[in-house]
Design a protein around this ligand. Structure first.
Ligand code: FAD
Length: 508
C-alpha cells in the first residue's frame, strides 16, 4: 500500500559541500522507482559564500562515490584531484619527529591474532624495525608512488586503502551538476525568515529576501557555521569542546604546485597549532590552524607564509570556529548536516566523512510526514557517538605531545581529557589493545598508528600470540616485507599515475 504520508518536498538550505553532498544521493534515490516523486529544492545564497576549504578526505568517500555511480578517474580529473594514502605528521611528538598515519592494515593476522600483536612480541625481543615498515600505504607514500590496491587481501598489494584530495569548489560544482541532472531544483536566494507551524513548531517554510516563500516537509540545514534552522530556529544548543581542542582559527592560502606530487597530506605542528599541505594537480592547498589565545593572527600569518614551499597564489583567507557539536542534529523536521551540525578541526579530514555519514543515516532512518521521534533519537545517538569518537582521536594528537617549547603545547600536554580517551591510552599502554567506541569510525590500525607514532609503546602483548613459534613469525614478517618491497617497486610514481589515468585539464 502506498504511504500517503510520504514526504512531498525536501528543502536543503545551503549549497556548500554539505548541501550538494546531501542533494546528490537524495536526488538519486528519488530518480529510482515509480510512484510519486519527492521534490528536492536546494536554496543557496548568492551573497553568503561557502567556507570553501575541505580538500582532504578519508577512504570511505569512495563508497559514497560508488553508490552514486561516480567513476574514480572522472571524479579526480574534474576536481583537479590527487590520491591520498594517509597523513604525514611532522614535529608532533617533539621537534624533528615524524610519523605516518597510513590507510589500511598492517598485513595478515597470524594464528588468528593481529599482526600488531606479533610485531609487539618480536619488538620486545629487540628484533623489529619500525611498525611503519609493515604498512604498504606508508611505504608507497614514502616513495611517492600510487596505484589503487590490486589483488586480494591479505596480500600487501591489496591491504591498503586510499582517499582523495580535491579542490573544494570544483567538488561542490561536480555534485551540483550530478544532483541538478537528476531533478534537484537550485534556487538562488537569501533566507531572511523561517516560518514555524504554530501547532507543533515544525518548520513550514523559509522566506527569501526577494519575498519568495518556500514550503517543505523536511528541511536539511546545510547553512554552515550560521546554523540557520537547527540553532537559529530550533535552538539545539552547542556542546563546546574548545577546552579539549583549543584551535579556533585558520588561515588558508593556495600555492603553486611543486614536485614531487605527494600522495598524502602533510600536517606540521607549529608553535600554537599546525599547518596543512594538500597537493592538488593545479595547486597546493595550505593552511594554518591555530589558537588565537596563544598567538596573534599576525604571527600566525607569518608562520604560515614562512612554512610555504612555493609562492602564494592569493592572500591568506581567515576563518574562525569553535570545536564542538550541536546537542541534537535532528529536531522535528530539521536535520543539520555539515558545519551546521558541528565542527572538529581538520587534522584528520573528518568533516566530509561526518557529512557523508549524516546523509547516509538520514537515508537509513528516512522519515515520512509523521516524523516518528524515535528516528530522530536514533540519528542523534549515532551522530553523538561519531562526534565523540572523532573528538577523542583528534585530542590524542595533542595530549600525547612531548613538546614543551610553547605555552600552547604545555597547555595541551596538561589538559584534562575525556574518560573514554584516558581509558583508550591506558588500555593500549598496558596491553596493546584498542577500545573502539564507534564501530563505524577509525579502526584499530589507525589508533595503533597514532598511539605508536606518538610514542606509546605497550608494556605487554596478547598472551595468545605466544603460541606461534618465534622462527615461524620471523619468516612470516620477512615474507611480508619482501612482498611490500615488491609492491612498492612495481608501483608507478603518483604524478605519472595521474598523468596517465586522471589528468585534469588546465582551468580556464
Ligand atoms: P558552507 O560551505 O559554509 O556552506 C554554507 C551554505 O549555506 C552556503 O551555500 C551559503 O550560501 C548558505 N547559506 C548560509 N546562510 C544562508 C541564508 N541565510 N540563505 C541562503 N543560503 C544560506 N573537511 C574535510 O573533510 N577535510 C578537510 O581537509 C577540511 N579542511 C578544513 C579546513 C578548515 C580551516 C575548515 C574551517 C574546515 C575544513 N573542513 C574540512 C570542513 C569542510 O570545509 C566543511 O565540512 C565543508 O566545506 C562543508 O561546509 P558546509 O557546506 O557545511 O558549509
Amino acid at each position: 500500500m502506498e504511504n500517503d504520508l510520504a514526504l512531498r518536498r525536501i528543502v536543503i538550505v545551503g549549497g556548500g559541500t554539505a548541501g550538494w553532498m546531501a542533494a546528490a544521493p537524495l536526488a538519486q534515490q528519488f530518480m529510482r522507482g515509480s510512484g510519486e516523486r519527492c521534490e528536492i529544492l536546494l536554496v543557496e545564497s548568492p551573497d553568503i559564500g561557502t567556507v570553501g576549504v575541505g580538500e582532504a578526505t578519508l577512504p570511505p568517500i569512495r563508497f559514497y562515490n560508488r553508490a552514486l555511480g561516480i567513476e574514480g578517474a572522472d571524479f579526480v580529473r574534474k576536481t583537479q584531484g590527487s590520491f591520498k594514502l594517509g597523513i604525514e605528521f611532522k614535529d608532533w611528538g617533539h621537534l624533528g619527529h615524524r610519523f605516518f598515519h597510513g590507510f589500511g592494515d598492517f598485513g595478515p593476522a597470524v594464528d588468528g591474532r593481529s599482526a600488531f600483536m606479533h610485531w609487539l612480541r618480536l619488538n620486545e625481543q629487540g628484533e623489529m624495525p619500525s611498525y611503519e615498515d609493515w604498512s604498504t600505504a606508508t611505504q608507497l607514500a614514502r616513495a611517492n608512488r600510487f596505484t589503487p590496491p590490486q589483488g586480494e587481501a591479505p596480500s600487501p598489494s591489496a591491504s591498503y586503502s586510499f582517499a582523495y584530495h580535491f579542490d573544494a569548489s570544483l567538488y561542490a560544482a561536480y555534485l551540483r551538476d550530478y544532483a541538478v541532472q537528476r531533478g534537484t531544483q537550485r534556487i538562488e536566494g537569501t533566507i531572511v525568515e523561517v516560518e514555524q507551524r504554530p501547532e507543533d513548531g515544525f518548520v513550514a517554510a523559509v522566506k527569501l529576501a526577494d519575498g519568495r516563500r518556500i514550503e517543505g516537509d523536511l528541511f536539511i540545514d546545510c547553512s554552515g557555521f550560521r546554523a540557520l534552522l537547527i540553532e537559529g530556529t530550533m535552538k539545539a544548543g552547542y556542546e563546546d569542546w574548545s577546552a579539549l581542542l583549543p584551535c579556533n582559527s585558520a588561515l588558508a592560502v593556495p600555492t603553486r604546485r611543486v614536485e614531487p606530487l605527494t600522495p598524502y597530506t602533510t600536517s606540521t605542528a607549529r608553535e600554537a597549532g599546525w599547518q596543512w599541505r594538500i597537493p592538488l594537480q593545479h595547486r597546493t592547498g595550505n593552511g594554518h590552524v591555530y589558537c588565537n589565545g596563544f598567538i596573534s593572527d599576525e604571527r600566525a600569518e607569518a608562520i604560515l607564509m614562512q612554512g610555504l614551499d612555493a609562492p602564494a597564489l592569493a592572500s591568506p583567507r581567515p576563518l574562525r570556529f569553535t570545536a564542538g557539536r550541536r546537542r541534537q542534529s535532528w529536531i522535528k523536521n530539521v536535520v543539520a548536516v555539515g558545519l551546521a551540525g558541528g565542527f572538529l578541526e581538520p587534522l584528520e579530514s573528518t568533516s566530509i566523512q561526518l557529512i557523508m555519514d549524516a546523509v547516509g543515516r538520514l537515508i537509513q532512518y528516512f522519515p515520512d510526514r509523521s516524523f516518528a521521534p524515535q528516528l530522530a533519537a536514533e540519528f542523534n545517538r549515532k551522530m553523538a557517538l561519531q562526534y565523540e569518537s572523532i573528538r577523542d582521536f583528534i585530542v590524542l594528537h595533542y595530549k600525547l605531545t612531548r613538546r614543551d617549547d610553547s605555552e600552547f603545547w604545555r597547555y595541551c600536554a596538561a589538559m584534562p581529557i575525556p574518560d573514554t580517551l584516558a581509558h583508550q591510552i591506558e588500555l593500549f599502554r598496558a596491553s596493546g589493545r584498542v577500545a573502539i567506541l564507534d564501530p563505524e569510525g577509525f579502526a584499530e590500525p589507525s589508533w595503533v598508528s597514532l598511539l605508536l607514532g606518538l610514542g606509546v609503546l605497550p608494556r605487554g602483548h596478547d598472551p595468545l600470540a605466544d603460541r606461534v613459534p618465534l622462527d615461524q613469525l620471523r619468516q612470516h614478517f620477512e615474507r611480508v616485507r619482501q612482498a611490500i618491497t615488491q609492491t612498492v617497486a612495481g608501483t608507478p610514481d603518483h604524478a605519472a599515475y595521474l598523468e596517465r589515468h586522471a589528468k585534469a585539464a588546465p582551468l580556464a
